[in-house]
Design a protein around this ligand. Structure first.
Ligand code: SF4
Length: 393
């Protein structure tokens, strides 16, 4: 039986879209994203197939009858490396996508980029089409760390690219990685200082993980790579949470820090339970309470969609309870937490119905705190966000 829910945001026509661009020069050792490396001859097929998928009404779920271009508040091109495409290929990509979508006046339009790709001609293509936010994969500044991560840029490339970029686009987010094998706490501090000196509007910082299937995971198993110990990981995360707010970047999510007014609008759509469109290999979409994920293999996505089959590999109709759990987990990963009354109105579930005694136990353990109608992670709880999530499921 369905719960009575106020403002069911997941049923609204989505105003956000994600496009996955699965090309890189080389697969970095820690990366498990959907992509192909060194296969640029597939770019033409990819663009043709992306257009086929955009034209396939199955990929639009309940919104397949929309006749007009859909106006978007957020549009995000991720990868892979979207800026690995040449200027002509980028122009073709944007032309295809804008046959189906339009941007609202104050829309956030983000493209992920790598420092080596920030040439003037590519930046010109991005600005001409209206890109107003870049998410730049910096990860580290020191040569030793960049070498371990197998990144193809240098300190100089980053500085040079940022200078070019900030002349045309001022909303730039930097991605950084900490707990890189061999990285000391002092090196991480100097990475943060260098990042802040570049005056980005936003920073995302991630602890290095060793995902199954990556060469880093294999090397870890073989003893050829050493993971930073737990204490160092903790000290590094503690350093971010002190250093960035002290420099004007407030933390608004476990990994995300922003100058005032510069939070990622697109990511906040994911975290708030609103729907979004998704196209390209491995892309996820959330339409009318149904979550779908496309084939993660680039070749299987190409094969299926070009043969007239759906690009979707997995489909899950979320129950009211699943949706409520998801809202809770994603809500608590945001530093502002959740408003308990609003949560119940919007999901149809009270916290005790959903989590039993787990919430109170986590409050007693000092990982969650409740103030009036707000429930959120404590600062200590942010170190344990993943286990808090598991206990609430
Ligand atoms: S550049 Fe980014 S997306 Fe490409 S392989 Fe490296 S980490 Fe993965």
């Amino acid at each position: 039986m369905s719960r009575s829910i106020e403002n069911p945001v997941h049923l609204l026509l989505p105003r956000s879209a994600y496009i996955h661009v699965p090309f890189c020069v080389h697969r970095c050792g820690y990366c498990d994203f959907t992509l192909v490396a060194g296969k640029d001859h597939l770019i033409d097929d990819y663009l043709t197939t992306l257009e086929l998928e955009l034209n396939d009404r199955r990929a639009w779920g309940e919104f397949a009858d929309q006749k007009q271009r859909i106006p978007l508040d957020t549009l995000y091109f991720g990868g892979g490396t979207p800026t690995h495409l040449s200027p002509d290929e980028l122009q073709r990509l944007f032309k295809i996508v804008f046959k189906y979508f339009d941007l609202a006046d104050d829309a956030e339009f983000t493209v992920e980029a790598n420092p080596v790709d920030l040439t003037d001609d590519k930046i010109a293509v991005l600005t001409e089409v209206g890109v107003n936010r870049i998410s730049l994969g910096v990860q580290a500044f020191e040569k030793s760390a960049l070498d371990i991560l197998e990144r193809d840029h240098t300190h100089e490339t980053i500085i040079d690219g940022m200078n070019r970029l900030q002349r045309r686009i001022d909303n730039v987010s930097l991605d950084l990685i900490f707990a890189i094998p061999g990285q000391s706490l002092d090196q991480w501090r100097s990475t943060l200082s260098e990042a802040v000196a570049l005056a980005p509007t936003h920073l995302s910082t991630y602890c290095l993980t060793f995902e199954k299937g990556t060469s880093f995971h294999t090397r870890l198993q073989q003893g050829n790579l050493r993971e930073a110990d737990d204490d160092l990981q903790r000290d590094m995360y503690a350093e971010v949470m002190d250093f960035l707010p002290a420099h004007g970047y407030s933390q608004y999510e476990i990994s995300s820090f922003a100058k005032p007014g510069c939070r990622s609008q697109h990511n906040q759509v994911y975290w708030s339970g609103r729907g979004y469109f998704g196209f390209g290999p491995g892309a996820a979409r959330y339409l009318n309470g149904v979550r779908e994920t496309n084939h993660r293999g680039v070749s299987s996505w190409l094969k299926n969609v070009s043969a007239g089959e759906s690009g979707t590999a997995d489909r899950e109709q979320l129950s009211d309870k699943d949706r409520a759990h998801e809202r809770l987990i994603l809500g608590l990963r945001q530093i502002d937490g959740i408003n308990i009354e609003q949560f119940s109105q919007e999901t149809g579930y009270t916290l005790s119905e959903l989590t039993g005694t787990a919430t109170n136990k986590l409050i007693a353990a000092g990982h969650l705190e409740r103030q009036d109608t707000t429930l959120r992670l404590t600062k200590e709880g942010r170190f344990f966000a993943d286990s808090v999530t598991l206990e609430l499921m």
